[in-house]
Unconditional design. Structure first.
Length: 531
């Protein structure tokens, strides 16, 4: 195995000493071999890697902390980010390094961000070989020549075998994700869920980029085949369809989850995709499905036949949050550069478990800001520990767990970008129709795709619209290929009065939630909020 690393930037230079063997920047075949040899998982069909993340099958947002130092005291959204004292962090760091002594570790030096002028050089130090494989897929991989001079700006140490003592460090449980912006260090302990690695990098970029006038976004993005300036971005939490809807074979995929919007346009933070596999269909999503039998794809928490190793895409007995991780080049229509121009269309995806919202609505810029700051959706089963059925929630900026700064900071940036570019904004509901969760059914994906296609090619702007009486946005009355009834959610309910009651309840929920932002927003957004 070839070591590819800057000889002047080894772990010893960062005060990480006394380890067993350290493997720097191994490629996929070597990481597969190490992970299998160490019993971390098994070889699957096509050379995939099958693994379990143990008791943590989703993120642990309640166990995430930011170290409260003078440099970030006035920058962090403390109501959303639990503080940790510098003394507790230093003790945690010291104890983790002592725990790591004599053990083997794997290092990946990677980039967060496709824009060379804005990317973050980040080092991942992981106890598990397959975590190194995972993050190698999900972040951007430097060339060998770049590794020869690579110096990390931030380092993440992930040690699932270390258990944090709440009495000693002030943590909630034995699990911890602690970010120290001053020391440029993140510590992750007692969770094998690989998503914590990539979301930690996202949180870093969410903090760093606004200071450079760049809007960090929890969104997917694609562009027209022959026009990299015809960009669409798709905001949304896990389970709303970001990955599925952005992987449109008729468009070029920029990325499926996290992007920045700079003065030059859109750039992907990542080098791969982390797709949910529950009910994944070879007919509806052929390219994502194909990655589940592709060499080195990481397949998490999927039930499979012990003899044939065939995957069961419907068995959610381990978790609804079963996933696969693969590099972007596994998708045939993925962008070679992961860059695009300024968005022409901004789509906000929501999964409405109340069955109230229409499948698509056109928003004014003020309404777009209202819905962006509201971030209404329903947490879907498995994406977080304890979520077993859809829970209606408001996650500001469609990514509150990853927002280090106040929501108004990101909202103002988005407002400025929309004003500068004249992007058209849409709200798309991929949740329930014909009733709430338990009574209605999920929005047909074929209808969602038809509506999005019409929005992106501009034809949706030519149809007749009506004003929604509950939220004031514009809803198309008739769209070719889509049932007229589906476009009016009230008509899909068997009991119209029950719909009205449910709609009034949801409007009040929006109003109550948005009250926290009223003192800091512009008059036009305030008007959208109250009328």
């Amino acid at each position: 195995m070839t070591t590819r690393v800057n000889p002047n930037c080894r772990l010893e230079d960062q005060g990480i000493e006394g380890l067993g063997r350290v493997y720097y920047n191994l490629l996929e075949p070597a990481l597969m071999n190490e992970a299998i040899a160490r019993g971390e998982g098994q070889l699957g069909l096509g050379g995939t890697f099958l693994c379990s993340t143990g008791v943590h099958t989703g993120r642990s947002p309640k166990d995430k902390f930011v170290v409260r130092t003078p440099g970030v005291e006035n920058e962090i959204w403390w109501e959303n980010n639990k503080p940790m004292t510098p003394e507790a962090f230093d003790l945690l760091h010291q104890d983790m390094l002592a725990h790591m002594k004599g053990r083997d570790y794997f290092v990946q030096d990677l980039f967060g961000g496709a824009d060379p002028e804005l990317r973050l050089d980040v080092r991942l130090v992981t106890e598990l070989a397959w975590h190194n494989l995972f993050i190698r897929h999900l972040l951007r991989r430097p060339e060998a020549a770049e590794l020869a001079t690579f110096v990390p700006e931030f380092t993440i140490i992930n040690c699932p075998s270390f258990k944090a003592d709440p009495a000693r460090y002030g943590t909630r449980t034995e699990t911890v994700i602690a970010l120290n912006f001053e020391k440029k260090l993140i510590l992750i302990a007692n969770t094998a869920y690989a998503g914590e690695n990539k979301k930690s990098v996202f949180t870093l970029l969410n903090y760093l980029l606004p200071a450079k006038g760049v809007m960090p976004m929890h969104c997917s993005a694609n562009h027209a085949p022959e026009d990299s300036d015809d960009v669409a971005i798709f905001f949304g939490l896990s389970g709303t369809g970001k990955t599925t809807l952005s992987a449109d074979p008729s468009r070029i995929l920029i990325g499926d989850d996290e992007h920045g919007w700079s003065e030059r346009g859109i750039f992907n933070f990542e080098g791969g995709c982390y797709a949910k596999t529950i009910s994944l269909s070879p007919k509806a999503e052929p390219e994502i499905y194909a990655t589940t039998s592709r060499f080195a794809t990481v397949i998490e928490n999927m039930v499979h036949d012990p003899d044939t190793l065939e995957l069961d895409f419907e068995d959610n007995s381990i978790t609804d949050n079963m996933r696969c991780a693969y590099p972007l080049d596994a998708i045939s229509n993925a962008s070679k550069t992961s860059l695009g121009g300024h968005p022409k269309n901004v789509i906000m995806l929501t999964c409405d478990a109340y069955g109230v919202l229409p499948p698509i609505a056109r928003l004014t810029p003020a309404q777009a800001m209202y819905h962006f700051l509201s971030g209404f959706t329903s947490k879907t089963p498995g994406t977080e520990i304890g979520v077993t059925e859809p829970i209606p929630t408001f996650s500001t900026c469609f990514g509150a767990p990853f927002m280090a700064r106040r929501p108004e900071v990101y909202g103002k940036l988005l407002q400025e970008k929309i004003a500068q570019t004249g992007a058209t904004c849409w709200l798309v509901n991929t949740g329930w129709t014909g009733g709430a969760y338990g009574t209605g059914k999920r929005m047909p994906i074929a209808a969602t795709r038809a509506l999005l296609a019409a929005a992106l090619d501009g034809s949706l702007n030519d149809v007749q619209f009506r004003r929604d009486p509950n939220f004031g946005f514009e809803v198309p009355v008739s769209v070719p290929g889509v049932s007229d009834v589906l476009l009016d959610p009230r008509q899909t309910w068997a009991d119209a009065a029950a719909y009205d009651q449910q709609a009034a309840k949801l409007v009040q929920m929006f109003s109550d939630n948005f009250a926290q932002y009223l003192p800091a927003i512009d008059d036009d957004v305030r008007a959208a909020a109250i009328g």
